[in-house]
Design a protein around this ligand. Structure first.
Ligand SMILES: CC(C)(COP(=O)(O)OP(=O)(O)OC[C@H]1O[C@@H](n2cnc3c(N)ncnc32)[C@H](O)[C@@H]1OP(=O)(O)O)[C@@H](O)C(=O)NCCC(=O)NCCS
Length: 211
């Protein structure tokens, strides 16, 4: 399926900014803000599960990836949309016919004892997750989603951001291209196995908007 026109929709729960059209428009992307609603649930889950399967198939155990299903993700995502954590935000990218093709999830404050060990508690904005369906990758949609997160952080007087990514992931390059600096690593458990993840951080996220 080919989409020559995409628009990004801004989804936020405690939303003061909805229905605001922003000025930054790429040639092939119209960007809109709108309020989160539960009808986004299926689309977000699909992007989450499908992107994991394509992005991590040589990195995470195949058995685990096979076991992922839309159904098992539903409860968590429903909770995030219905009762969002304070300061959490979700942006979605939509293609034609309102198909969700990517999303970013971010939070204003982080609490993570391991992060504290890395002195990373100074990074009070966290980009928790960002996924773009494989067929839409490398079209700058991920960059646009990060820009929207950054603008949200800046609106909330937050200028330092952190994100975590699997150490073996080729997508680390995305964060490096955005100017993220490697600041350390930790282990995480996925499906009963240990994997390494690394943190990238930005001291001044304004610079990301220039990328
Ligand atoms: C990472 C991700 C969100 C990036 O979104 P995207 O729309 O594909 O990225 P962009 O088009 O904005 O990429 C911007 C730049 O980042 C770099 N980049 C992005 N993906 C890359 C990859 N797979 N390998 C190397 N560099 C990459 C490139 O320099 C790219 O610019 P270019 O295409 O002009 O060379 C998306 O590819 C994705 O969902 N990946 C799988 C899931 C994942 O790893 N998410 C992050 C951890 S939660």
């Amino acid at each position: 399926m080919f989409h020559d026109h995409l628009h990004l929709r801004f989804v936020k729960s405690q939303c003061q900014y909805h229905q605001l059209k922003i000025t930054h428009i790429l040639s092939y992307l119209d960007l809109y803000f709108s309020k989160v609603n539960l009808s986004d649930l299926r689309g977000i889950i699909k992007v989450h599960v499908d992107t994991w399967k394509t992005a991590y198939h040589r990195i995470i155990s195949e058995d685990f990836l096979q076991s992922l299903s839309y159904e098992e993700k539903e409860a968590n995502w429903r909770q995030r949309l219905e009762k969002p954590t304070h300061g959490a935000i979700i942006y979605v990218a939509e293609a034609d016919q309102n198909e969700i093709i990517g999303f970013a999830l971010a939070t204003l404050e982080i609490y993570n004892p391991i992060v504290a060990l890395l002195e990373a508690e100074r990074y009070n904005g966290e980009l928790c997750a960002i996924y773009v369906l494989k067929e839409f990758q490398r079209k700058k949609i991920g960059t646009e989603l990060v820009h929207m997160v950054v603008k949200y952080f800046i609106l909330n007087n937050i200028y330092r951001m952190i994100t975590w990514v699997l150490k073996e992931s080729p997508y680390r390059r995305f964060y490096e291209k955005l100017g993220g600096k490697y600041i350390g690593g930790q282990f995480l458990e996925i499906g009963g196995r240990k994997y390494s993840e690394v943190a990238y951080a930005w001291e001044n996220i304004n610079k990301i908007l220039l990328k």
